[in-house]
Design a protein around this ligand. Sequence first.
Ligand SMILES: Nc1ncnc2c1ncn2[C@@H]1O[C@H](COP(=O)(O)OP(=O)(O)OP(=O)(O)O)[C@@H](O)[C@H]1O
Ligand SMILES: [Mg+2]
Length: 248
Amino acid sequence: MSDKILLSAENISKSFNHIKALQKVTIKAFEGKITAVIGDNGSGKSTFIKILSGSLEPDEGIIKIGTNSYHRLSVAQAINAGIRTVYQDLSLDNFKNSVENIFLGDEITRCGFLDRKAMRVEAAALLEEIKVRIPDLSEPVRNLSGGQRQGLAIARALRRPAKLLLLDEPTAAMGIQESAKTMEMLGMLKRKGIAQLIVSHNMEQVFDIADHIYVMRSGEVLVDTAVSDTSPEELRELILRREDERIF
Ligand SMILES: Nc1ncnc2c1ncn2[C@@H]1O[C@H](COP(=O)(O)OP(=O)(O)OP(=O)(O)O)[C@@H](O)[C@H]1O
Ligand SMILES: [Mg+2]
């Protein structure tokens, strides 16, 4: 597989008043590969994802996608570049059903009216493709399991062709079986050629799936390593060593 850079975010900084959420963060995503960003609560992972999806403006830094460079990437530019985002909160409307959620704000119409049949058929096909089983698509999504909700948010993100899928904590609050299924789904998307940038707390999990790992701590990248160059034990040691280097 190629190691072609799909997206490169360089020296990204972002502060919220006195909180330095990101300090000169450089992270790259490669074509067809899975890049993981791991780190503790508050280390800046979601802030970074929001900057890549265009929903937050960085104070400094540059985002390069193909031949284009952006100081401030808009949501429309990110979407045009093939970036799709599944946010940490999934942004589902609990009172709407699965079909309505997949097409939220981007409904199919026919002669000025909602084409519910076309949307139901397309939603079922999308979910089938990523092997997410939701027996009743007309049920409000608040009744779905964590895995089904995550699957639905991914189906929505993949409605239009994607080059890079950004996933913020895709298995948070899931049981072991559901997280394994979600990881399997992400592996399948990788085999289809969809590159991913996955934010996670879980080191073991990312070792199973990722090609490259960035470790963040207090808004900075502490470690940047290919998975093939390390192991979970070695990475833990490296993190401790780098933390010591920062303190002294
Ligand atoms: N809109 C905001 N206004 C003020 N502070 C913010 C805002 N968003 C994030 N922060 C702060 O920036 C820091 C990084 O937050 P962020 O949500 O990016 O962390 P995270 O790594 O995603 O954490 P978690 O693992 O808990 O999801 C935190 O200190 C957080 O409180
Ligand atoms: Mg977060």
